[in-house]
Design a protein around this ligand. Structure first.
Ligand SMILES: [Mg+2]
Length: 111
């Protein structure tokens, strides 16, 4: 479900991170990237608060755009998947099919 260009970007970013920070073992990489995901999720929260004008003024200058922060979360998720040896495109396709099926079943049960 992800484009070839996005997956190539993830491969290149993974190589770049290893070059800059050194290549840690898989367990350490997974832990580091999971911590990074929490950081990025927090940035999404900040951006949502700013988006709805519910962020403190002193924090507003640090707030980034919501779209960019959501993209960061997707990128880190793809990096975690790569580290864990998971085909994120396949996982996304399987998950969306399951959710779609659940939605159809729910709609049918209401009819
Ligand atoms: Mg971010």
């Amino acid at each position: 479900m992800f484009t070839k260009e996005f997956l190539e970007f993830i491969d290149a970013q993974d190589e770049y991170i290893s070059r800059v920070y050194g290549s840690a073992d898989t367990e350490k990489q997974l832990l580091a990237r999971t911590v990074k995901l929490s950081e990025e999720a927090g940035e999404v929260s900040d951006a949502v608060l700013a988006h709805i004008n519910n962020q403190r003024k002193e924090k507003l200058d640090k707030c980034r755009d919501l779209g960019g922060e959501l993209a960061d979360v997707i990128i880190v998720c793809a990096l975690i998947a790569k580290t864990a040896g998971i085909d994120i495109s396949e996982a996304l396709e399987e998950k969306t099919k399951k959710i779609q099926q659940r939605r159809y079943e729910h709609i049918e049960s209401k009819d």
